[in-house]
Design a protein around this ligand. Structure first.
Ligand code: PLP
Length: 357
């Protein structure tokens, strides 16, 4: 079967098989990786290697810290506001879908949130043109969600926001193609799409920003404290970290982000190309803002949705139900979903359309 889940999402089969083979005894530990201390030298070596591999993949500059944290991206919606903006300061938000709306809600109790641009009126089908953004040059940061998992809207270029640090949620696009980390003050991503199991959040933050983290907030919420303690202020999600390390090795073995980006380009071209030419299915997102990872689409009538879902599942095409906020279907085509999976989906969609058109 091919798994199109939006997240927790499919992981590379070879990674799962390796984890299975190491489940009872990992390396020289004579115990599962889940059963050993995070402060022992074996796990410390694993953690250091995972960080190095992630740095290699994303070409992370040396003046950035890479943190392996918890709480889902949702905690970081709040935590980043708590760390990088004072309550009396403004923070600019670009709202391009449900997740940027959520980021706004979580930051509001902590700082003066300004909506510098929003496509709410367009039902989140485009990225507001950069020239229309009402940015405050004194804002603490500008926040974007690089890829809106529900609405299928993605930034394909990093916006220029001047000297104000750009902070971005990359949960559903990290590792899908190369990015220039140096353009961001901080990026963060929940693991459960392109990195590994849920429970882990990767944070990549420019060191000078850590000087802003207030001493007055609890240590456990302070990014500078996490950085100073190697992401081990408390017990980290060791199994998720281990599995993420295997995924990073897998991504390197695929040829890194350039090679993965090329496959992802082909996958999305195949799917959007078919949808647009079908005269049956429809994706409402402006072409320049279409997500490479999450492809929502509708059928000509909602009455066909349940039939489509039943038949697609029977054909081994799993988890295509769209998010309730958008309706219809959604195919999430993260790194672990191969081109053959997209081809199988397109073949099924073509056959379904011919029988129901
Ligand atoms: N941001 C984006 C872009 C997401 O897709 C999600 C979840 O799917 C989240 C944030 C929230 O992540 P979590 O549920 O791990 O907090």
């Amino acid at each position: 079967a091919f798994n199109f889940s939006a997240g927790p999402a499919a992981l590379p089969e070879s990674v799962l098989l390796q984890a299975q083979s190491e489940m009872l005894e990992w390396g020289k530990a004579r115990a599962s990786v889940m059963e050993i201390s995070h402060r022992g030298k074996d796990f410390e070596a694993l953690a250091a290697e995972a960080e190095k591999d992630l740095r290699d993949l994303l070409d992370v500059p040396s003046n950035y810290k890479v943190l392996f944290l918890q709480g889902g991206a949702t905690l970081h919606f709040a935590q980043l506001a708590m760390n990088f903006a004072r309550p009396d300061q403004t923070a600019d938000y670009i709202v391009t879908g449900a997740w940027s709306e959520k980021a706004v809600k979580e930051a509001k109790p902590l700082t003066q949130v300004r909506i510098a641009a929003s496509d709410e009126a367009g039902k989140f089908t485009a990225i507001p043109p950069r020239a229309s953004w009402d940015l405050d040059p004194n804002a603490a940061y500008v926040h974007i969600v690089a890829n809106e998992t529900i609405h299928g809207v993605e930034f394909h270029t990093v916006p220029d926001v001047g000297a104000v640090p750009l902070i971005s949620d990359l949960s559903s696009t990290i590792l899908s193609q190369p990015i220039d980390v140096s353009r961001f003050g901080m990026i963060y991503a929940g693991a459960q799409k392109n990195i590994g199991p849920s429970g882990l959040v990767v944070v990549i933050v420019r060191e000078d920003l850590l000087e802003r983290c207030p001493k007055s907030i609890p240590k456990i919420l302070n990014y500078a404290e996490h950085a100073a303690n190697g992401s081990m202020l408390n017990t980290p999600p060791t199994f998720s970290w281990y599995l993420a390390g295997l995924v990073f090795k897998w991504a390197k073995a695929q040829g890194g982000l350039k090679a993965l980006g090329e496959i992802n380009r082909q996958k999305q071209e195949l799917l959007y190309g078919y949808i647009d030419g079908s005269g049956f299915y429809r994706n409402p997102v402006e072409i320049s803002a279409r997500s490479w990872m999450n492809v929502p689409f509708t059928l000509p009538s909602e009455s066909l949705d349940s039939v489509f879902l039943k038949e697609s599942e029977a054909a081994g095409l799993l988890a295509l139900k769209g998010h309730r906020a958008v309706g219809g279907m959604r195919a999430s085509i993260y790194n672990a979903l191969p081109l053959q999976g997209v081809q199988a989906l397109v073949d099924f969609m073509r056959d379904f359309a011919s029988r129901n058109g």
